[in-house]
Structure formats: C-alpha cells, structure tokens
Design a protein around this ligand. Structure first.
Ligand code: GLN
Length: 230
C-alpha cells in the first residue's frame, strides 16, 4: 500500500493473470490488459475510493503471492475453494462458472467426461480443472502454464480434449477458433469466482461493500453485458 498519488487516495497492488479471456487478457491490437475482471476491479476501486495498479503474473503463482502478502489483492477468475481458503481470504462471490470439456468439432469418440480415461486431456497448471482431472478421471493430464497452450494442443491433435471453465471454453470455441473446437457433455462443477486477499486483510470488507453496491445500482450488470452480452 502506498499513498503517493496526486488524488490522495491509497493505491493497492492487484495481481492478475493475462491469459484468461474474457476476464483478463491482452487486447490483440493495443496490447492493453482488458477484460471483465479488470473493469469490475476498477469499478470497485472507484466505488470504494482507492486506486489500483495491476501486475500480471502466471495464474499458478497467484495464490502463493497473495498468501505471502506480495500483493494487496488478486482478481483472476479465481474459483473459491475450501483448500485455497485455508491460505487466503476471498470476497463474496462475483461470478458463477463451472467446468466443461472441449473437443475438436470432428471428434466422435469423446462425448462426455466418462470417455476420457486413457486419453490426453489438456488444461492449465494450478487450476481447478487440473485438480478435477487428477481426482475424478484416469486421463493423462497435461497441464500448461497458459490455457491457450492447452487449446493449441487440442487443435493440433496432441491432446484429445481440454477441460476448463465454461465462459473461457465458450469464448475460445466461438470467437477464437470459429467452431473448430466445441464443448461436450454437462457442466461438471458449479464454481464461483472471488477476489483474493491475504488472510485477515481489512480490504475484504471494503471490497465486499463496494461489490454489493455495484450489484444493486446496475454497474455490475452493465459490465456483465459488455463482456457477456446479456
Ligand atoms: N477458475 C479457475 C481456477 O480458479 C481458472 C482461473 C484462471 O485460469 N485464471 O482455477
């Protein structure tokens, strides 16, 4: 925390990811960090009366970085889990997601998670999907630092399927690959995203209060509509 800005507000350092479309990613043209989480965090900061500075890092490192208080907060489409809550605190939930399997559109063998045993399934290191695959399937799990690498392995045929959060799979399937990869089967888990804080951080109460206000006054809905179009 520093308070050296011209407007006299505190500035907090926020860890984020830059490979998680549409929550936080680098705009193709401008190279700028953009996404639903970035807009939401900025709106929370405006509402609560502080400044935020984003620092991009690999997703798998964020929890340890927060637990060791290297950052004041993190927003990274991060699922609230009991295990993570042992080392960090979470805000109230701000987004409902869940995991879904994706395959190449021409694939006929894999129709659901029951078909992945013995197959190569790509995902991201340190994610809830990696945990899910290791705990619930006999698939050969290949976990990459960036989720885009998992989709590339699926597209090229090095992986038979990919498992990830449904909003990311849908965005990637529709927008990035124009239908070359496609989701199959049911939503496998219900997950909720939270903003992360070091244990005992006083910022949690401020963020929760601002988030509740944004959900009531329509700001959250406007940001949601901008990124998810509903
Ligand atoms: N929601 C997933 C998790 O928390 C993935 C998050 C991400 O890739 N940024 O593990």
């Amino acid at each position: 925390e520093t308070d050296a800005t011209s407007d006299d507000q505190d500035t907090y350092l926020v860890a984020t990811d830059n490979n998680y479309i549409p929550f936080e990613f680098l705009d193709n043209e401008t190279g700028e960090l953009v996404g639903f989480d970035i807009d939401l965090m900025q709106a929370i900061a405006d509402e609560a009366g502080f400044n935020v500075e984003f620092e991009q890092m690999e997703f798998a490192g964020i929890i340890a970085a927060i637990a060791s208080e290297r950052f004041d907060m993190a927003i990274a489409g991060m699922t609230i889990t009991e295990e993570r809550a042992e080392s960090i605190d979470f805000s109230e939930p701000y987004y409902d997601a869940g995991l879904i399997l994706a395959v190449r559109a021409d694939n006929e063998e894999i129709q659901s998670i029951d078909d992945v045993d013995g197959k190569v399934v790509a995902t991201r290191s340190g994610s809830t999907s990696e945990d899910y695959l290791n705990s619930n399937t006999e698939a050969t799990v290949e976990a990459f630092p960036e989720i885009t690498e998992a989709y590339q392995n699926l597209l090229s045929g090095r992986a038979d399927a990919a498992l990830y959060d449904v909003p990311n799979v849908l965005y990637y399937a529709d927008t990035e690959t124009g239908g070359e990869i496609t989701p199959v089967g049911d939503l496998l888990t219900g997950e909720q995203y939270g903003i992360a804080f070091p244990k005992g951080s006083e910022l949690k109460a401020q963020v929760d209060e601002a988030l509740a206000t944004l959900m009531e006054n329509g700001t959250y809905g406007d940001i949601y509509e901008e990124w998810f179009g509903e």
